[in-house]
Design a protein around this ligand. Sequence first.
Ligand SMILES: Cc1cc2nc3c(=O)[nH]c(=O)nc-3n(C[C@H](O)[C@H](O)[C@H](O)COP(=O)(O)OP(=O)(O)OC[C@H]3O[C@@H](n4cnc5c(N)ncnc54)[C@H](O)[C@@H]3O)c2cc1C
Length: 503
Amino acid sequence: MAASRGLCFSLARLGARMGRSRPPLIHRRGVSSCIDRKSAAPSALLGPGFGLGPRGPVAMMGPLGVSCESQLVHWSFKSSQSERTPKPGVLVSNFPLGFLLNPRKLASSDGDGGTLRFLRCSRTSHGLTEEQKEFQKVAFDFAANEMAPHMAEWDQKELFPVETMRRAAQLGFGGIYVQPDVGGSGLSRLDTSVIFEALSTGCVSTTAYISIHNMCVWMIDTFGSAEQREKFCPDLCLMEKFASYCLTEPGSGSDAASLSTSAQLKGDHYILNGSKAFISGGGDTDVYVVMCRTGGKGPKGISCLVVEKGTPGLNFGKKEMKMGWNSQPTRAVIFEDCAVPVANRLGMEGQGFNIAMRGLNGGRINIASCSLGAAHACVQLARDHLLVRKQFGETLSNNQFLQFKLAEMATKLVASRLLVRQAATALQENRSDAASLCAMAKLFATDECFSICNQALQMHGGYGYLKDYAVQQFVRDIRVHQILEGTNEVMRMIVSRNLLSEI
Ligand SMILES: Cc1cc2nc3c(=O)[nH]c(=O)nc-3n(C[C@H](O)[C@H](O)[C@H](O)COP(=O)(O)OP(=O)(O)OC[C@H]3O[C@@H](n4cnc5c(N)ncnc54)[C@H](O)[C@@H]3O)c2cc1C
């Protein structure tokens, strides 16, 4: 009981810190389910089924996860053998998951030791305040309980998990770095990074969409008038409504300032014509933050308008088929004589490109943090696999080449995290080097974390290539982080320009 009471207390404090006038978090579904774990019987926690393991058919755990450093990412196993139900109490597993059967151990996981055995040297809570550790724990628990059990299904069925995201928003994750007076959580960029890293261990694609949504709400919160903030932010923070960021066009990707979607002023409306490509959430979201041309060529001719779904002339292309990020739709957003009130313009005419780039500085930290979460999960999955898979008469973990590879993966993960957190702090402090650090963090972390996940897949051998194993989904989902929110070549341009412009 003591552990439960402690968690209740800390969650209540988190609610107070987040400054929201909502019921205490303890009453909310996502969190109460993890609090109840202590008293739950193992059978209630584990949904057994059979799957194909490295040594043949095995009974596997069903949906479940544990918190913080002991986080194991779980996924449903489905195979031709999966229809059989194992005898109650019998667990045959090729994976070192035995400790998961003990709910007491789950309830006492504290993120800083205790029963936690994994990833000590790459611990995610190093250097964090007690308060940040609490946000982190809430996010890890949410990822484990509400996301990880579904990530494979969301991917395979291409489901946009609206209700799950609304539950995340109930915890304050819909407007993490948005001001509290319009429903935001008022947390820092570093807090945000910690939260997105943790959430991503449960589903990269869904967390990445939540991060884009957060970026849009922050743009409205920061550059919007009092009326605009009041009109849009509360529903967005609760994820009653969802947002999309619309910059890229078919003819302007890396050269975003050359965009051509036009917005002509006619009375008290802008008439939009043109199209945006690759818009995350496009068609399923309610609020579109659109960069468009109200003036001459170049960045100074660009303004930012908020376009609401249902506006006549706002249309969508077909849902794109993607190799990853399948739990969020991607569509073209098309404007055909779409009349948008001048009252929906964020900031001044000509300020749009600056607003877009300011949003992306944070967006890049967020996306990099999502890559950290994937890499964190994959180091753990690789470690677990090496410890159980036997070849040449011994476990793979006895092979020094693979030991060294694992060490390199953990080293790259920790280095990436340090850089991401440094960039987050620079942005929070509004430092002059913030944009460059955000670009460095995005470049370094998304490249290194992809390589970590890919190496983890390699360590799984052929099993890593099977959809029964989560590692392949992490690889597919984070590949795009090297491309969007500015490609990693563009990140190099930003950093080198900064270096070369200095005296
Ligand atoms: C799944 C997905 C979701 C997305 N979501 C959004 C979204 O929500 N909103 C949005 O606005 N956009 C979104 N994008 C678009 C994304 O930001 C762009 O794809 C990205 O900026 C690159 O633009 P591009 O695809 O036109 O590539 P291009 O600009 O055509 O680049 C092609 C290649 O050339 C390289 N390159 C280009 N110029 C140079 C140069 N000068 N020097 C060196 N290399 C160069 C690029 O780095 C890249 O490798 C999304 C994309 C994807 C795939």
